[in-house]
Ligand binder design. Sequence first.
Ligand code: ADP
Ligand code: ASP
Ligand code: MG
Length: 482
Amino acid sequence: MSEAQRVGEARANLVVMKFGGTSVEDAKAMLRTTAIVKGRRARGLSPVVVVSAMAKVTDQLIAAGKAAGRGDKSGALAIAARLRNRHIETAGDLLCGELFAELQTMIKSEFDALDDLLRGIAAVGELTPRTADNVVSFGERISSRMVAAAFAQHEMNGVHVDARTCIITDSHYGKAVPQEAAIEAKLTELVLPLVNAGHTPVMGGFIGANEDGITTTLGRGGSDFTAALVGGGLHAGAIEIWTDVDGIMTTDPRICPDALRVKTISFEEAAELAYFGAKVLHPATILPAVQKSIPVWVLNSRNAENEGTKITAMAPPCASPFKSIAAKKRLTIIDVVASRMLMTHGYLKAVFDVFDRYHCAIDMVSTSEVSISVTVDSNERLPEICAELGKMADVKLEGHKALICMVGEDIRGRSGMSGRVFSAIKHINVRMISQGASEINMSFMIEESDVEDAVRSLHAEFFADPDPVIFDTEARVVATKA
Ligand code: ADP
Ligand code: ASP
Ligand code: MG
């Protein structure tokens, strides 16, 4: 066998397994995670593991950073103290003997460093984006060391890798852009030899460093993105996103408890869903996987036997028009009414340039002869954006809006779809509609308070008789029997 063939085969066995916050939320969850990874090793696979911070830790670190930034030193340190206790207690439930003692020392020294950092921020009374990234990075820094220690205790050759040595990014703190060539080089140098030596590398998701070694983060939910970067950089055979639901579902099961598991979905459909609010997957996750045609699976760490959802380049034909319904809340509609500049050449460009200058992503656009309506979800820079737009037009804002996005292959090719959609929600006021920009989504804006009602009505209309090739209809049979 040639060297190239041997490497190729080794990589096909390489699987990147990402475990979200709920999959490492306490010692019990970490042990479930350990058993799942051990199962993959027993099948002859070589896992590289990416973990999130323990559930809710990132939110609390953000709160601690903000408190310190306001000068509230004792508030910030109180949050850090609660986090310290939670991590040490978890370590005590997870490990014993020498491994526990080592882990406890590590946790204490990380939290000592966090306390120092928070004291420094409180003294200055300002939280810069760079320091905020440093504060939130502690969640993944610590959780990844804990999981690596659990793997070591369970004879899986667990070895911790500091993600900041491999995930090289630019310096856009809070939402840093990964540098894929540098990442691939670092993974090949630092992680691949560990895999080849039979170790199970464990690294924190979400965090990285710029080329000067300063800590950065990839944005909320960014551990999925790390998994895709590691999978892409190592040319893995598969990427597995382990979470707390059975896979990608026909809608958020928290809104609609009778949501069904989607067995297979295309990269394009999954990306659309993720972008338009399905939290189960970070939108950026898909790209590195698509570029290298690496299949991505979404699986449930609380129900590991379940097949989950497979995301692949091509989705098989589906008798149902839609695969899933996503909802994105906290959106604002901006109406730009420009009677003064009626049909002036270059007007649209001037408006979009303003959003571009403030790095503000637009979700939906609708235009008429004298007005443009756009929807945005980033509210931080809205006052400045509106002030600039106000120089060329009348500007009106409407908050508390939500976008519903229905995703499915070839919606355009099926007649009568919009009729069915809008008659299912005829009791709800629809503010803006978009269909056509993409063949695979139909979206519209409604009031935030109507989201639950709209999603349930649409789900009842389109998933009453689901195609068993694509959806797990067995789950519904079990639920009906129970
Ligand atoms: P993790 O911590 O594992 O990254 P997240 O909370 O980020 O998990 O994502 C999982 C959650 O996404 C689920 O608990 C579910 O409520 C939500 N969700 C939203 N839309 C969907 C969907 N279409 N399919 C599955 N889960 C969804
Ligand atoms: N811990 C980070 C967050 O909560 C990243 C992640 O879990 O994906 O956003
Ligand atoms: Mg997530």
